[in-house]
Design a protein around this ligand. Structure first.
Ligand code: RB5
Length: 143
């Protein structure tokens, strides 16, 4: 299980990010908060970029990105070749994003996902391993 996680958000994901950090700290995860650190309005591409750059230097780390819907963060993060960002709204999507897509960034909507749901999605994401096998050739085609 990977235990080091970068997390970043815009104002739309700020409150859920703060709660997620508390949740993951209780589980003894090393979680590195890359901002934003206040609920004031910011631009989500600035906060996806900082996480994407950190993962480039720490390729075995996972990331969590949050904005209002998760859509902007997904679009921005997936422009980088080393990022496989998955916007997940339930546990099954989170599990499959790891098993089939080797997703290294989980994206959540701060205005669309409850804390309870986010906890289940995160648990599934961080405890599931990539299945490899037939999925490797598919990932090679998009890397
Ligand atoms: C900010 O209002 C909102 O547009 C942003 O958080 C995100 O949902 C964009 O995709």
């Amino acid at each position: 299980m990977k235990k080091n996680i970068f997390i970043s958000c815009d104002h739309g994901g700020f409150y859920l990010k703060e709660q997620i950090i508390q949740y993951l700290l209780k589980k003894s995860f090393k979680i590195i908060d890359l901002g934003t650190k206040t609920p004031s309005s910011v631009d989500y591409p600035d906060y996806s970029e900082v996480l994407v750059n950190e993962i480039k230097n720490n390729l075995n780390y996972l990331g969590i990105l949050l904005c209002g819907t998760g859509i902007g963060m997904s679009i921005a993060a997936n422009r980088y070749a080393h990022i496989r960002a998955a916007l997940c709204t339930d546990e099954d999507m989170a599990k499959l994003s790891r098993q089939h897509n080797d997703a290294n960034v989980l994206v959540l909507g701060g205005r669309t996902t409850s804390l309870n749901s986010a906890k289940k999605i995160i648990d599934a994401f961080i405890t599931t391993e990539f299945e490899k096998g037939r999925h490797i050739q598919r990932l090679k085609k998009i890397s």
